[in-house]
Design a protein around this ligand. Structure first.
Ligand code: TXE
Length: 501
């Protein structure tokens, strides 16, 4: 055991692992006393029994959120006061960055260095960005009419239900909580059952920062109980969701069966990364091809899981990607040297292994990995896996694995590359590597995806909208557009007596 790992284990042993709901400003067990087991992906051990919220807990949380909204304790604060509190929350998150990163790493199996360098800072960025943005979203004054003054203003929706996944638990939560609070709403957040800890901790920090009780609640629990109750609730105005397409469809049904609450969905992808022979930096492209699907053990909605390579460079390029990826070794998530950790759960590991088996059975050429590793730890580790000669109708080219599995597909010309790239029900991200400016421009128009990157991957930040085309969902996280999502537009008209016409 390295010294860094031993130190991190000691730090975790000294922490109280978050396991209660945060409702109306208080830490609470579930009303009926139920719990669920929070399992550590690094070794399969039990981390904590966490409060399993059910419909009764959701009811209490929504009622608290509604009271807080109706009495204006948050939304009627001045913009300056709200901004100060949200900045204080970001300051507290930064002050507790090490603790949050440790919790995130042990809860999800992601490398501690990524949790510390990516997840926590980006979650802080999100809170700060919306703290600053909240007094910069202007309304509109209608076209001049001599007898009227008409204007449109944004108004908060009310109670927002946020349901988030386990791949970037804190980061995804703050993509939603940040703009929702900035607009003056109350929030009930349901974290994923695989990774509830940072959401609970950040809700405690929000109270410390001065977010009034009832404004930001967290109800941990299972999707089919707590999540479903929130999405069916008659007094929730909107569900903001990141997760699977299966649950996305259910949420739209729940909306129709209840109060027609608004729904925003950020679902998965089968994102293509296209490498043309005139790629300006083959080494960078090869690193990108590997890391854009192996980062976070492949559990990323924008994972570039389809690598499209021009036939003329295919052999050499794939060899380079295999070389880069063969140096990526699974390690203990809490070891500071680890760059590739465990998958979030046994179930997610089994899913990845099943897709690997299917790709083999369907005749793809296994070039790297292909199985579970570090089984002796009891953790859920799958080796970075690369299949070449994947055909466009193969399961690996069509279905999201959400694991460290790359499929390589060859193409003969530009038109074929775009045809293959777009031949998917998803449309979250796409990228091209080319030195030809015109080709880059053509690609950005041809590719049907919410994010298109030229000569880079995942090259955006909080300032740019994020979301999907097609079955990757609708509605945008990040940027000022996210604030509009948590607001309604009200048109107001004053009739001016003696004003004319
Ligand atoms: O997701 P779920 P799962 C994809 C990815 C992965 C697959 C399954 O392909 O392999 O989904 O993962 C809550 N009503 N993505 O099963 O179930 C659940 O508790 C209300 C892509 O873990 O969608 C959790 O909080 N809520 C994705 C959240 O939904 C329900 C990230 C997501 O879990 C519910 C995650 C219900 N009936 C998975 N059932 C991305 N876009 O990044 C579950 N939930």
């Amino acid at each position: 055991m390295t010294q860094g790992l031993a130190e991190n284990l000691a730090k975790i042993a000294a922490l109280t692992l978050p396991s209660l709901a945060v409702i109306d400003g208080e830490l609470r067990p579930a009303r009926a006393g139920g719990t669920f087991a929070n399992i550590s992906p690094r070794d399969g051990s039990l981390l904590a029994d966490v409060a399993a919220g059910d419909a009764a807990d959701v009811d209490i949380a929504v009622a608290a959120a509604r009271r807080a909204f109706d009495d204006g304790r948050w939304r009627n604060l001045t913009a300056k006061a709200k901004k100060k509190i949200l900045h204080r929350l970001a300051d507290l998150m930064a002050a507790h960055a090490e603790e949050l990163a440790l919790l995130e790493a042990i809860d999800t199996g992601k490398p501690i260095r990524d949790a510390a360098a990516v997840d926590v800072p980006l979650a802080c960025d999100s809170v700060r960005y919306y703290a600053e943005a909240l007094d910069k979203l202007y309304g509109e004054v209608g076209p001049h009419h001599p007898g009227r003054l008409s204007y449109a203003v944004h108004e908060p929706l009310g109670v927002i239900g946020a349901i988030v996944p386990w791949n970037f638990p804190l980061h995804m939560a703050m993509w939603k909580v940040g703009p929702a609070l900035a607009m003056g709403n109350s929030v009930v957040l349901k974290p994923a059952e695989q990774s509830p800890m940072t959401a609970i901790r950040v809700a405690e920090l929000a109270l410390e920062a001065g977010v009034p009780a009832g404004v930001f609640n967290v109800v941990p629990g299972l999707g089919e109980t707590a999540g479903k109750a929130l999405a069916l609730h008659m007094d929730v105005d909107m569900i903001a969701f990141t997760g699977s397409g299966v649950v996305g469809r259910l949420l739209m049904q729940y909306s129709g069966q209840s109060n027609l609450k608004r729904v925003s969905l950020e679902l998965g992808g089968k994102s293509p990364q296209i490498v043309f022979p005139d790629c300006p930096d083959m080494a960078a492209a090869a690193r990108s091809a590997a890391w854009s699907v192996f980062y976070n053990q492949g559990q990323v909605c924008t994972a570039a899981s389809r690598l499209l390579v021009h036939e003329s460079i295919r052999e050499a390029f794939v060899a380079e990607v295999v070389k880069v990826a063969s140096r990526i070794e699974a390690g203990d998530p809490l070891d500071p040297a680890t760059r590739f950790g465990a998958m979030v759960s046994e179930r997610q590991m089994e899913t990845a292994l099943r897709y690997i088996g299917t790709a083999r059975a369907e005749g793809a050429d296994l070039r790297l990995g292909g199985g579970r590793v570090r089984d002796e730890t009891g953790g859920f580790y799958v080796a970075p896996t690369i299949f070449d000669r994947v055909t466009q109708d193969a399961t690996l080219a069509r279905e999201e694995v959400f694991g460290p599995v790359l499929g390589v597909i060859g193409f003969a010309d530009e038109a074929e590359a775009y045809r293959i790239a777009n031949d998917t029900v998803y449309g979250l991200a796409a990228g091209v590597w080319t030195a030809d400016l015109d080709r880059g421009m053509r690609a950005t128009r041809a590719l049907h995806a919410g994010q298109v990157w030229v000569n880079g991957w995942d090259a955006d930040d909080i300032t740019m909208p994020f979301g999907g085309f097609k079955q990757s969902g609708f509605g945008r996280d990040r940027s000022l557009h996210a604030m509009e999502k948590y607001a309604d537009l009200k048109a107001v008209s004053f009739t001016i007596r003696g004003g004319g016409a």
